[in-house]
Design a protein around this ligand. Structure first.
Ligand SMILES: [Zn+2]
Length: 471
């Protein structure tokens, strides 16, 4: 009989786990609904949950001083009002509220905020930016994590997290969870290979490359019955536990899940601060929302680019620097200064937020072959729309993207400001009134590098989760 050693082994594992958890507080999650339309919004509590895994965050980094996001969560001592935890984030509701549909109907979305378990009753406040981009409290609720109606125990994990890269204990690392959707049981090895390949690519791009040791990466997928995710515009409907789908808000390449409860219930079984969902599809597509999650089509020829670009939105709140592709959002009236670190309305060039990157003598705004770029870009967008409308094979789309990148590279290659940081007009889905830091960047077109301003924006967030570099 070998029962005793096995029992001892199990006991030792449990003791080890308990010891590792002792230093980390539990993770509290508040699930709530956020509903409304283009003009107004409201919040309502759903439930408070103690997640199965301890808080993965850095104990000295409870307060967020990066001023990113359309929203901000603040956890304050219910009695004294002392700020215990804060984080910036954006929401799917926030994006939807700028679509045409939000002018006609109201809709409800589930959202969550997570924070380390406080040792006293707290008030959780959700803040929104106002017209001047200042935060003000939109909703506030008292939370006692020890109250009777708090969900303290959860069903078993529907899948097991696989370690892709483990650099050290979670509190001192950025914890990235790669989730899979649209992978069948027979495709689990493929999912793991996709997660390894794309994670490796992420850590070949600066500044992730230099900071790779500051990251832990886990991969987890709940198998689906069919291969690939739902793509309603082509009549494909594949149900999945995560609910990720194409055609979000009527945009054929926009991939998200609108089922936040499902996402959180799965993700909570791995240590995570950031989530990228790989969808098992070849069709070009992705999405990324600051502080929520990002998505990328793992089977697409441009998967490397999609993975990093969308992660840029999700991880660091980077703005899209492009402006010639059709998007789901309607133009905002007026040009207020964006909170995103890599786009500006350039109201006062002397106060440009990335001024320290601009060499003396660089004109602001900075000239570039804008008219020529837009002319060829219009022709390219037409061909792209025609390929999709005709349902042509993905290989033709991939070839068009390659041609487009080569065309842009050739057009911009000889320009004197090719490598300059300045303020180049055209960004944030607008041809005029918004400016980007460099002519090309991973947030502008399918080029391979982030511009210096985006690199800085990413490094700041790595510092917020892992502590500063070189410790
Ligand atoms: Zn950039």
């Amino acid at each position: 009989m070998r029962r005793l050693p096995l029992q001892l082994f199990t006991a030792a594992l449990m003791l080890g786990a308990a010891a590792a958890h002792a230093a980390q507080p539990q993770t509290i999650r508040v699930d709530y609904t956020h509903s409304g339309n283009a003009l107004s919004d409201q919040y309502a509590i759903e439930r408070v949950v103690v997640e199965p895994l301890p808080w993965p965050g850095h104990p000295a980094k409870n307060l967020d001083d990066t001023n990113r996001g359309q929203n901000r969560v603040e956890v304050v001592d219910a009695k004294t009002g002392d700020l215990l935890y804060s984080r910036g984030f954006s929401t799917i509701f926030g994006e939807w509220s700028t679509t045409e549909e939000a002018g006609k109907i109201s809709r409800s979305f589930q959202e969550s905020v997570r924070f380390p378990k406080p040792d006293r009753p707290v008030r959780v406040r959700i803040l929104e930016r106002d017209e001047r981009n200042e935060f003000s409290v939109a909703w506030s609720i008292e939370v006692d994590a020890d109250a009777q109606d708090v969900v303290k125990s959860q069903p078993p994990a529907p899948a097991r997290p696989v370690p892709i890269q483990v650099s050290g204990p979670s509190p001192g690392k950025v914890d990235l969870l790669i989730l899979g959707d649209g992978y069948t049981q027979a495709e689990m090895k493929k999912f793991e290979a996709d997660a390894r390949r794309l994670s490796q690519h992420l850590f070949s791009v600066s500044p992730f490359r230099e900071r790779a040791k500051d990251f832990n990466v886990w991969a987890m997928a709940v198998p689906t019955a069919k291969s690939g995710i739902t793509r309603p515009s082509t009549g494909v409907h594949n149900p999945s536990a995560l609910g990720t789908r194409y055609d979000i808000f009527g945009s054929e390449r926009y991939v998200l899940t609108l089922d936040n409860r499902a996402l959180r219930d799965i993700a909570q079984h791995a240590p995570y601060e950031f989530i990228e969902i790989l969808v098992n599809n070849d069709t070009y597509g992705g999405g990324g929302i600051f502080g929520q999650f990002s998505t990328a089509a793992a089977g697409n020829a441009w998967a490397d680019y999609l993975f990093v670009h969308e992660f840029g939105h999700h991880f660091a709140g980077l703005a899209d620097e492009y402006y010639t592709s059709p998007v789901a959002y309607q133009a905002a009236s007026g040009r207020k200064e964006p909170w995103e670190p890599n786009a500006t309305a350039l109201r006062d060039p002397a106060k440009l937020k990335w001024k320290r990157h601009v060499k003396e003598g660089t004109p602001l705004p900075t000239p570039w072959p804008k008219a020529e770029y837009e002319e060829t870009s219009r022709a390219y967008q037409k061909r792209r729309a025609a390929l999709r409308a005709a349902g042509r094979p993905e290989s033709e789309m991939n070839a068009l993207f390659r041609e487009d990148l080569e065309r842009t590279n050739a057009l911009l290659a000889k320009h004197p400001h090719r490598h300059a940081v300045g303020a180049f007009e055209g960004a944030n889905y607008e041809a005029s009134g918004y400016y980007r830091p460099a002519m090309q960047c991973l947030m502008f077109d399918r080029s391979e590098k982030f511009c210096p301003v985006c690199q800085d924006g990413i490094s700041e967030i790595i510092d917020l989760y892992a502590g500063p570099a070189g410790r």
